[in-house]
Design a protein around this ligand. Structure first.
Ligand code: NAD
Ligand code: IPM
Ligand code: MN
Length: 346
């Protein structure tokens, strides 16, 4: 029987319950489709940091490299470990080291979910650059703690980085409704964002079948609320994509529904699947977090592994569950009850 080796990193807070729930659903889908998911679980988290002084062992990246995919819950427990330490010690190095440059985040309303907008139907695929830009980490601080203190954080946009994410987005648009919205802020940021817009125009010549429009990020934020049905594929830089995808989560009913895939399109390193949301410390011990975002991310993992039927079965189970009214209203159903409904629907 075909077996996939999956690295499970539950992480912190609700990440632990979310990965457990998703894993049970994925296991059931795999069994029904005749393949095996073999998990190795890694306790890398803020608790691990407090024990060992590192978010993962020094050879953590090399350990993960041997897996077919990574399923991650959430990282961060700011009351005990600064986010700048925990995220730069685990999540962000995985994305960068494995060149998971395409972060795919779908935003649409599941059946039975009442979003905050009047628009009932929209189907947006956000493609977020995931390895450079505003998250390059280039910079530093000098004269710390004095009146002369300076902090510099430099965005890095490379032709290779911008071109590959835009090409990826053009290709996605081609498989969908043929519309691409490219998001920048080239009226204010006259170097990097003008560069991005220029490359967008150059690549557009290779994709005459895709209708591409450039928007400024502020206008895009408004459009996602006022006219989300006009959008198909939306491509943005690392930080802009981060912000727009929490907005995307909001219009789809909340962070409990927003899935995400960090893809290495060349497949020369594992890809990583995780919800858009974080560890949700405010509800972490209540047992009420919605596992659907992580389960949906798991469906994206199955699709990436080539198990389209199992991926479709998981998505169908999610839709059956929400259509029956389970998991549709934040806080109404417990994590266990939503998971049980998902399992019953497989
Ligand atoms: P968050 O996404 O954890 O929570 C924001 C709000 O959404 C909270 O009110 C939370 O209760 C709610 N929420 C999130 N997921 C939910 C779910 N599945 N069901 C129901 N409600 C849900 O964002 P935050 O509070 O800014 O961050 C908390 C920690 O998580 C921080 O350490 C942050 O850096 C980290 N973080 C990690 C990731 C990741 O690992 N990918 C993503 C975002 C934030
Ligand atoms: C996300 C998260 C991360 C990001 C944080 C935790 C570093 O917000 O995956 O959206 O900004 O990429
Ligand atoms: Mn985010």
């Amino acid at each position: 029987m075909k077996t996939y080796k999956i690295a499970l990193i539950p992480g912190d807070g609700i990440g632990r319950d979310m990965t457990a729930a998703a894993w049970s659903v994925l296991q059931k889908a795999a069994g029904a489709s005749g393949f095996t998911l073999d998990a190795a679980e890694f306790p890398w988290s803020c608790a691990f940091y407090k024990e060992t002084g590192a978010m993962m062992p020094a050879d953590g990246i090399e350990t993960l490299r041997r897996f077919d995919a990574i399923l991650l819950g959430a990282v961060g427990w700011p009351a005990e470990v600064p986010d700048s330490v925990s995220l730069h010690g685990l999540l962000l190095p995985i994305r960068k080291n494995f060149v998971q440059y395409a972060n795919i985040r779908p935003h649409r309303l599941l059946p039975g979910v009442q979003g905050p907008l009047r628009a009932a139907a929209f189907d947006i695929l956000c493609i977020r650059e995931n390895t450079e830009g505003e998250y390059s980490g280039a910079g530093g601080r000098i004269h710390q703690g004095t009146l002369d203190e300076v902090a510099v954080e430099t965005s890095i946009f490379t032709r290779r980085g911008v071109e590959r994410i835009l090409r990826f987005a053009f290709e996605q648009a081609r498989t969908r409704r043929g519309k691409l919205a490219s998001v920048t802020k080239s009226n204010a940021q006259k170097h990097s964002m003008v560069f991005w817009d220029e490359i967008t125009r150059q690549l557009a010549l290779d994709y005459p079948d895709v209708e591409v429009t450039s928007y400024h990020i502020d206008a895009m934020a408004a459009r996602m609320v006022m006219a989300p049905e006009t959008l198909d594929v939306v491509v943005a830089s690392n930080l802009f994509g981060d912000i727009l995808t929490d907005l995307g989560a909001a219009i789809q009913g909340g962070l409990g529904f927003a899935a995400s895939a960090n893809i290495n399109p060349e497949r020369n390193a594992p890809s990583m699947f995780e919800p858009v949301h974080g560890s949700a410390p405010d509800i972490a011990h209540l047992g009420i977090a919605n596992p659907i975002a992580t389960v949906w991310s798991g469906a994206m993992m199955l699709k990436h592994l080539g198990e389209q039927d199992a991926a479709d079965a998981v998505m169908a189970a999610i839709e059956t569950t929400t259509a029956s009214g389970v998991g549709t209203v934040p806080g109404k159903d417990r994590t266990d009850a939503i998971t049980a409904a998902l399992l019953a629907a497989i």
